[in-house]
Design a protein around this ligand. Sequence first.
Ligand SMILES: Cc1cc2nc3c(=O)[nH]c(=O)nc-3n(C[C@H](O)[C@H](O)[C@H](O)COP(=O)(O)OP(=O)(O)OC[C@H]3O[C@@H](n4cnc5c(N)ncnc54)[C@H](O)[C@@H]3O)c2cc1C
Length: 408
Amino acid sequence: MEETIETVIVGGGQAGLALSYHLRALGREHLILERGRVAERWRSERWDSLTFQFPSWSIELPGHAYRGNDPEGFAPRDEVVRFLDAYRERIQAPVRTGVTVRAVRPKPGAPRFRVETDHGSYEAAHVVAATGPYQEPLLPAVSSALPPEVVQVHSSRYRNPGALPPGAVLVVGSGASGCQIVEDLLDAGRTVYLSVGRHRRVPRRYRGRDVFWWIREMGALDQTIAERPDGRQTPNPLVTGAGGGRDIDLRDYADRGVVLLGHLSGAAGQRLHFDDDLDAQLAKGDEGMTAFWKAADEHARRIGLETVPAEPDRPARPPLRRVTSPSELDLRAAGVTSLVWATGFRPDFSWIHLPALDAAGEPVHRRGVSPCAGLYFLGLPWLHKLKSSVLCGVGEDAQHLAERIASR
Ligand SMILES: Cc1cc2nc3c(=O)[nH]c(=O)nc-3n(C[C@H](O)[C@H](O)[C@H](O)COP(=O)(O)OP(=O)(O)OC[C@H]3O[C@@H](n4cnc5c(N)ncnc54)[C@H](O)[C@@H]3O)c2cc1C
């Protein structure tokens, strides 16, 4: 039997819940279908020691904000799960868990959709894909050329150092995930190699405020994709909330014994090859820091932020220490038994059988509204603004979609 629901939301993370809040406020019938549990990605697709990148005062969804006693601290994974659980409870979101959506198709003879799941099917006038910004692991082609005895794991499957076999670990990728994993491994006394990629450093704190305060204060969170057409290609700011929150300088990892390597370019048996681009990558990462300082100083001057003290200790530019990096690594000789791919994710909307995807499988939309009447996307990076995929930012797009749905 097919159940009829006005709006089906696919995905029970922050985006799906925020939309539920706004649809309920407008009195619209809806149902969230979630393949796992609410906040499943935080529960089972992140490592044990994961810490939020932004301070806890930024933890906020429509109608519900962080109420803990450490707003300047950084929430561990389990606290984020608790927040989302409490939110679901508070807004009484109608969620059906353990239901995987396998396909969404046009319903023959009606301007509606057929939503097929592993537990029956639904008929809906509106479908919203809220399946997250981080969907399928993205692995470089070289992953298939590695010797079979090296254990390979994507960051979404990495749990803790003890779950990897004894021996040295090669981490590929130096974004927020790669760096948190490197630190996790170092803290456990593991020998670590890090293949460095594109990254953009920012200071954890500047002139007495957290970087997230500055990003919000300078209006960057509200910049739209039309104003920042390069937004989706720009690396996210590299900063960590681990250990109470601190800057990340990859050269410090070298001081802690990590062997820094350039971009992983190929493999032949036990030998891996790396581009000679480490210095260039580190320098590019530093440019983010310099650009941030400049923009923050200009902003402070422009709006006369007298309450923010000047930063007397800020160096004129980041230290330009050189780090030596080998161009080849013999995995066996180096004792490398496992490799963590912190190489990001790709979208997977293959379950959407409607003309709303481009040739690369990327969703086609304008502020989440697809060209296919009644189909929407939510929670994607730069869906509309920089903050579109951020916990405290997704609510605005959710409200926009809820109003569109209610007005149809
Ligand atoms: C190291 C790190 C630090 C971070 N720090 C911050 C931070 O400080 N602040 C911040 O705002 N964000 C942070 N993030 C980002 C945050 O994790 C994501 O932006 C957030 O999880 C996105 O929420 P979402 O609801 O859009 O998607 P998800 O949380 O991915 O939710 C999507 C849901 O859809 C479900 N689903 C997928 N496919 C189907 C299907 N076919 N059928 C049914 N259900 C399906 C999934 O199980 C999942 O539960 C961080 C991420 C990382 C990795």
